[in-house]
Design a protein around this ligand. Structure first.
Ligand SMILES: [Zn+2]
Length: 191
């Protein structure tokens, strides 16, 4: 394959192949690979999440989990991205996959704990939770305006919605950049 040289390993190539098939989906799908590039499982979810069974969670340790966040063309038009969710990071901490990845549109994100201890990780998750709580409160206000029919068009509502997503996603990405001393590697790549 002509693109082989672009990727460090078979694993990376397989991850990218899977990610490219789901990056523009409106429902979430997850793939778990072992470090040799063998697929352990594929699991489909809904537009907001993929739910894992106890058995699937127990298979994650030391392996590589990738998934997509639901893609919306309008969101992409406004250049608005997504970040790892709180449950992604809890999963990264509790199940200890060696890497958790997420794609949306032309963005690829990767998160790996390095030397985080429990205190640091809890501190990290709590702070990030604060950002998520702010996003949720802002969404509620936007929805309240929608139900009060204060938006003239559906697009006007979506713009308000997406502006909020962008604001909090930017804040979360800045948080990742500012707190890497806690013991993790966060990478974002735009394809
Ligand atoms: Zn996620």
């Amino acid at each position: 394959m002509p693109n082989d040289s672009r990727y460090k390993s078979l694993l990376e190539r397989k991850l990218r192949e899977c990610e490219d098939t789901i990056s523009k989906n409106s429902i979430e799908t997850a793939f778990l690979f072992d470090q040799h590039g063998e697929l352990i499982f594929e699991k489909k979810g809904n537009s907001g999440t993929v739910r894992f069974s106890k058995k699937e969670l127990s298979q994650m340790h030391g392996n590589i989990l990738t998934h997509n966040h639901s893609y919306n063309i309008l969101l992409a038009t406004y250049g608005i991205h997504s970040v790892f969710s709180e449950s992604d990071l809890h999963l990264a901490y509790n199940q200890k996959p060696c890497e958790i990845r997420m794609v949306i549109g032309d963005e690829r994100h990767s998160f790996q704990w390095t030397h985080a201890n429990k205190v640091d990780a809890n501190h990290f998750l709590k702070q990030l939770l604060g950002i998520e709580a702010g996003a949720e409160a802002a969404h509620k206000k936007i929805d309240a305006r929608l139900y009060a029919q204060k938006y003239k068009t559906h697009e006007e509502y979506l713009i308000a919605e997406y502006t909020t997503i962008k604001k909090y996603a930017d804040r979360a990405i800045k948080f990742f950049d500012d707190n890497s001393n806690i013991g993790y590697i966060f990478k974002k790549e735009v394809v």
